[in-house]
Design a protein around this ligand. Structure first.
Ligand code: HEM
Length: 360
């Protein structure tokens, strides 16, 4: 800091000296010209002065940006760093927004929002959540979270933020960027030193789950039926793989699929989850009401009068849906880690800290 300040004052002094020099030189030159002492020499004062003013302008810009950085609280710095990375990722590929929303859901629903899903498998010694069936070859966006973590470390030196927090911010920013309603994300989550392969299989809802099973899995996490229907509205963005929807038990039999689902289970062609997969709107619910929900689990929301009436409420009023969705995301983002699990702030999101003193 002192080093920076001394550089700044040195540069400012140089600028002042340059300007004073120009003024003295100009006065001397004018005086000599008046006395006829100088001929045929014509220094470019304009150039000298404009160089000095460019230097001054640069200094002003630097001062302003320093002021801006100082004005950001450490938390604001984190939000701004994550948002920059998420914005660019979605600009490069719109679907990434959907993938980040789902990644946060799959993190929080398995033993709470603990960044467990971000831990890579280690051959022979650790099998985490990434290769569990609901996530395997399906969950996406890990590299965006890694990039956001790096950006926070590079630009916000005075704060240490968990990977679970970064995931929560990334999901919120994705909702907002795709057209949904923004909401507050409180920081303070911790990262688990482990993950739960089996938990991903048992705690996450599956596309073949009937309504009773879905309601049970959401109520296990303290969600009401209405909150469940709101959260399922995330399927207003993004895609399923044909290898998911080619399985008859996973799909609404009446859905008119747009991908070639006669293909094999390894088919990675995509089926959009509603008619407008790049926009966070209410069309998912409109589609459900036309019996055009894609997944069997989506379609199930219309078979019972309680859930069907929530579907209709959302289909009738975008703002009610957006408000309920934002509130349910805040609630989901506060699901606590399993009791007893060792926690830390991970340095690299894909692995536990090598020499961590776990903070419980
Ligand atoms: C009953 C509940 C749910 C079931 C059964 C379910 C199931 C699925 C399935 C099978 C896919 C396609 C995966 C693939 O083919 O690779 C998918 C995609 C997706 N899910 Fe869900 N989901 C549910 C609830 C949610 C919730 C609560 C959220 C978020 C709050 C969510 C967000 C998404 C998103 C955004 C996608 C598209 C991802 C992408 O394009 O990469 N889902 N879901």
């Amino acid at each position: 800091m002192a080093f920076r300040l001394s550089h700044l004052s040195l540069a400012l002094s140089l600028v002042a000296l340059a300007l004073a020099g120009v003024a003295i030189y100009r006065n001397t030159y004018d005086a000599m010209m008046n006395k006829g002492l100088l001929q045929n020499v014509s220094p470019d004062f304009g150039l000298l002065e404009s160089t000095a003013s460019i230097l001054t302008l640069n200094k002003n810009a630097e001062r302003n940006s320093d002021k801006l950085n100082q004005q950001l609280t450490p938390e604001q710095c984190v939000f701004s760093a994550v948002r920059g990375v998420v914005d660019s990722a979605i600009d490069a590929e719109t679907r990434m927004g959907a993938s980040l929303i789902r990644l946060h859901f799959h993190d929080c629903f398995v033993d709470g929002c603990d960044g467990g899903i971000l831990l890579d498998d280690i051959a022979g010694s650790f099998q985490g959540e990434q290769t569990s069936p609901p996530n395997n070859n399906s969950a996406r966006g890990y590299e965006v979270i890694a990039q956001a973590k790096q950006s926070v470390k590079d630009t916000c030196p005075n704060i240490s933020v968990s990977c679970a927090d970064i995931l929560a911010i990334a999901a919120r920013d994705s909702v907002a960027k795709l057209g949904g309603q923004t909401y507050n994300v409180a920081l303070g989550r911790s990262d688990a030193r482990t993950a739960n392969f089996t938990g991903a299989l048992t705690q996450l809802p599956a596309p073949f789950d009937n309504l009773t099973v879905q309601i049970q899995k959401f109520s296990d996490k303290n969600f009401t039926v209405r909150e469940m229907v709101a959260l399922a509205g995330a399927h207003t963005v993004g895609f399923a793989r044909c290898s998911t929807v080619c399985v008859s038990t996973n799909v609404n039999p009446a859905a008119q699929l747009q991908c070639n689902c006669s293909a094999t289970l390894t088919d990675s062609n995509l089926q959009q989850l509603d008619t407008t997969p790049a926009v966070f709107d209410k069309v998912y619910y409109d589609d459900l009401n036309r019996n055009q929900g894609i997944l069997f689990s989506d379609h199930e929301l219309t078979v019972n009068t309680t859930t069907a009436s929530v579907v209709t409420t959302y289909s009738n009023d975008l703002n009610v849906f957006l408000g309920d969705f934002a509130a349910a995301m805040i609630k989901m983002g506060n699901l606590p880690p399993s009791p007893g699990v060792q926690l830390e702030i991970r340095d690299v999101c894909s692995r536990v800290n090598p020499t961590s003193v776990a903070s419980m």
